[in-house]
Design a protein around this ligand. Structure first.
Ligand SMILES: Cc1ncc(COP(=O)(O)O)c(C=O)c1O
Length: 364
């Protein structure tokens, strides 16, 4: 009997997530000094981690022989206060990706349907397929989620609907009022997952407190990987109904978030000045990239996140050429956008470097 005879068939057909390439990988392949390479491929915070969070994590390392608080009580309490919700509504995960997967554990069976945009953050599809459910992908319109078409795609078999605000890789988001009206209109049976990985970059993210009061099956996910600069530590969280939170808690590993990550996240939340500084720097970086792309005659998509989708002709070739120049960006071929690349906002000099390199390519 071959191994494939005993493997879960969903695993055999499961697509593999392709992350932004690590600096060391590219350095080895291209024969470059890692110190000279910039990574603008995974929407990380180019300014790094809050100094307060770094100090808190250094201190937490001293307790490495102890298991972390599996219930993340301090962090959950802090998040409950921040969002003005009950503690029972907060679940912390090993990155928000873990929470997306836990939703699959809790809700999905073979034959179920999950509605999502195309292109939308790829993990929604990966989670759907992992549990043998069917991904119902609704094409975006002008790079923005088509809420009416998504609502129309909901059937009796639909368990979950995913909406990222803003979306990755497009950086676009639907207006708050449209989203709130859409949530109201969807059948109450359906679990609505709003992925707010980039919410801290927005001037005015949606205030969900009204909806939480209605008992709607809403799950809002957030992450510490983006503006909070803790991507390596893997911390994310969900705000949802107490019932869904209890189910997610049941499905997770006992110690899913390590103690250093918990300490870093707690301290990062307190460092408001750092977050404001990063938000403002991101605004300047977005303008710098937009202006630069326009001057190069490249089409780009208006972004609410910390990255920009830009049309370069042959995205795979351009990202390969940029890599040989020590610049890692994201090819978005896998998202069905072969002519585009996704560029994360870097520091001012990193942005200038990617613009100069694209200029040398003649805009693709
Ligand atoms: C829209 C979106 N959601 C979730 C994530 C995953 O974040 P985390 O690092 O918390 O797993 C990302 C990461 O790029 C993202 O773009």
């Amino acid at each position: 009997m071959s191994l494939s005879d005993i493997v879960n068939p969903h695993i055999l057909s499961q697509p593999v997530y392709e992350p932004g390439r690590p600096i060391d990988d590219v350095a080895r392949e291209m024969g470059l000094d890692p110190a000279g390479i910039i990574k603008l491929a995974s929407n990380e915070n180019p300014l790094g981690t809050s100094p307060q969070a770094l100090a808190a994590m250094a201190q937490a390392l001293g307790q490495s022989h102890l298991y972390p608080d599996g219930g993340c009580l301090r962090l959950r309490s802090r998040l409950a206060r921040r969002h003005d919700v009950d503690l029972a509504r907060v679940v912390v995960g090993n990155g928000s990706n873990e929470l997306l997967e836990l939703l699959g554990h809790v809700f999905l069976n073979p034959g179920d349907e999950v509605v999502m945009g195309r292109p939308a953050f790829i993990v929604y599809k990966l989670v759907t397929l992992l549990f043998g459910a069917r991904a119902v992908e609704v094409p975006l319109r002008d790079h923005v989620h088509d809420l009416a078409a998504m609502a129309a795609a909901v059937t009796d078999r639909t368990k979950i609907v995913f909406l990222p605000l803003p979306n990755n890789p497009t950086g676009t988001r639907n207006p708050n009022a449209d989203v709130l009206a859409w949530v109201e209109r969807l059948p109450p049976r359906v679990v609505i997952v709003i992925d707010e990985a980039y919410a801290e970059y927005l001037e005015a993210p949606i205030d969900w407190t009204g909806i939480f009061g209605t008992g709607r099956r809403l799950v809002v996910t957030r992450t510490f990987s983006k503006i909070f600069g803790l991507a390596a530590l893997r911390v994310g969280y969900a705000l949802t109904t107490p019932e869904i939170a209890a189910l997610l808690q049941r499905a997770r590993q006992p110690f899913n978030v390590n103690a250093v990550a918990q300490a870093g996240a707690l301290a990062a939340l307190d460092d408001e000045d750092w977050i404001d500084h990063c938000r403002r720097a991101n605004q300047r970086g977005l303008r710098q990239l937009e202006t630069g792309f326009t001057e190069l005659g490249l089409e780009w998509v208006k972004s609410s996140g910390n990255f920009v989708l830009v049309k370069v002709g042959d995205g795979a070739r351009v990202s390969q050429t940029l890599q040989s120049d020590g610049i890692i960006v994201r090819s978005v071929n896998g998202y069905g956008l072969p002519e585009w690349i996704r560029v994360s906002v870097g520091t001012e000099s990193e942005n200038a470097r990617v613009l100069a390199a694209l200029g040398r390519l003649g805009g693709g």
